[in-house]
Design a protein around this ligand. Structure first.
Ligand code: GUN
Ligand code: ZN
Length: 442
């Protein structure tokens, strides 16, 4: 009979607060010979290998030395129906949506297509070390069924919702205020709180919803205060101008969502780049969360997210890929581009703060830090194993690395799926046998 406990041995890094730099040693634990004990899909114990092994003598030991064990990565904004939109040339936001994205999303009306893409989507996330994502599905209820059904089969903690959009989109990609409301409500009843699933009420953005739809979205939010809410905010200047035309009475872009009662601490606002002082104050007051999407903001030429400015107002920022405008599934590559966006504004992103951000930081933004984002006993066992020597370039650079911070920064700048040597989802190894053997053969 297989042992019911698994003990992962390796270097262990875990955060309990946001570190600003390496001197913030109370914010994190780093064990050079550490261990994580997994039992029943949860983390049962964590500590030095000697201590944990002594407390669990019957556990099956999996030796990941010299690699680094951390909580699995969390991607707080990603579009599941855009897996075949990523890397589409030449346009900024509104043209990119109309030319590439909307036509592709119409294909998700078909159940077989949605199911096939959901499986590929989770394969990709997992290979890149992402164990939880907050996703937009397409307008079709079927796409959300495929999204949640496949996550349940894999026992992954996923947050998502059917997009609501009833104007400024092609035929086959619009709902109505009533069907958007009804379909969302059915999906909430079926999936929210089932296993590891959470529902996110998902009006796409102000441009694609009529006032009637946002009104009914407000009702949904009021009726389901435990659901997340997600949308887009102030990504692009043309988008902001069009929104002002469509909602002439709103004081500003965020004011549209405010009018319909959508702003709560469970709301995630993708991009939040070009904000007015009133909007920033309103984010601080309502504790709604801006989501920084570095690779997307550079790819679409949208602008530079003001991380320090928002944080200075006490706002909690999340970070995300925004696939398919984002250009990598990797949260490491997301941090790479994020670092550069902050550099352009004279802001700093220390690697310890960076790795906190894609784990516990995003979990805190979601209010899920008791379940994911850390290695604390009682958490779900979503764990990533990182190899900073996975490529010739990073291995060569690692020869000159002396500190944990240096290693993390090398992973942040040079790492991607190749640096992810193993992933555990609720305690179960998620990398396929083939991928493991390929890596060993190298
Ligand atoms: N705004 C509205 N929809 C989208 C989308 O799919 N991607 C991005 N980047 N911005 C959006
Ligand atoms: Zn988006």
């Amino acid at each position: 009979k297989p042992p019911s406990q698994k003990l992962l041995r390796g270097r262990v890094l875990d955060f309990n607060a946001e570190p600003q730099d390496a001197t913030d040693t109370s914010a994190y634990t780093y064990l050079t010979d550490g261990a994580i004990l997994i039992e029943g899909g949860r983390i049962a114990d964590v500590g030095t290998f000697a201590d944990v092994a002594q407390r669990a003598p019957a556990a099956e030991i999996v030796d990941h030395r010299p690699n680094l064990l951390m909580a699995g990565f969390i991607d707080t904004h990603v579009h599941f129906p855009q897996v075949q939109v990523i890397a589409s040339w030449g346009a900024q936001l509104l043209d990119w949506l109309n030319t590439y994205t909307f036509p592709e999303e119409t294909r998700f009306a078909e159940v077989a297509h949605a199911e096939a893409m959901a499986s590929k989507f989770y394969d990709l996330l997992t290979a890149h070390g992402t164990t939880t994502a907050v996703a937009y599905c397409s307008v079709h209820k079927e796409s959300a069924e495929a999204f949640f059904g496949e996550a349940a089969r894999r026992n992954m903690c996923m947050i998502g919702g059917k997009v609501m959009m009833d104007r400024n989109a092609p035929d086959g990609l619009r709902d109505t205020p009533q069907t958007g409301y009804d379909d969302s409500k059915d999906l909430i009843a079926k999936w929210h709180g089932k296993g590891r699933a959470h529902y996110a009420i998902t009006p796409r953005f102000a441009i694609t919803s009529t006032p009637e739809q946002l009104e009914m979205t407000g009702a949904l939010v009021a009726e389901h205060a435990d659901c997340f809410v997600q949308t887009h905010l102030s990504e692009n200047h043309d988008e902001i101008a069009f929104t002002a035309e469509l909602y002439p009475d709103a004081p500003d872009y965020l004011g549209v969502y405010e009018t319909y009662g959508l702003l709560t601490p469970k709301m995630l606002l993708g991009h939040s780049i070009h904000l007015t002082p009133r909007e920033i104050d309103l984010l601080a007051q309502t504790r709604a969360k801006p989501v920084f999407c570095p690779t997307s903001n550079l790819f679409l030429g949208s602008g530079l997210f003001d991380d320090a400015g928002l944080r200075g107002k006490g706002i909690c920022n999340a970070i995300a890929t925004d696939i398919g405008a984002g250009t990598s599934y990797s949260m490491l590559q997301t941090l790479n581009e994020g670092y550069k966006i902050l550099q352009l504004q004279g802001q700093k992103l220390h690697p310890l703060r960076a790795f906190h951000w894609i784990t516990r930081g995003n979990a805190v933004a979601l209010g899920l830090e008791d379940k994911i984002g850390t290695l604390a006993a009682g958490s779900d066992a979503d764990i990533v194993v990182l190899d900073a020597r996975a490529t010739p370039a990073s291995a060569l650079r690692m020869e000159r690395a002396e500190t944990l911070s240096e290693e993390l920064f090398i992973l942040q700048m040079l790492g991607d799926d190749r640096a992810v040597s193993e992933v555990y989802v609720a305690g179960v190894s998620a990398k396929t046998e083939t991928q493991t053997h390929d890596r060993l053969a190298l």
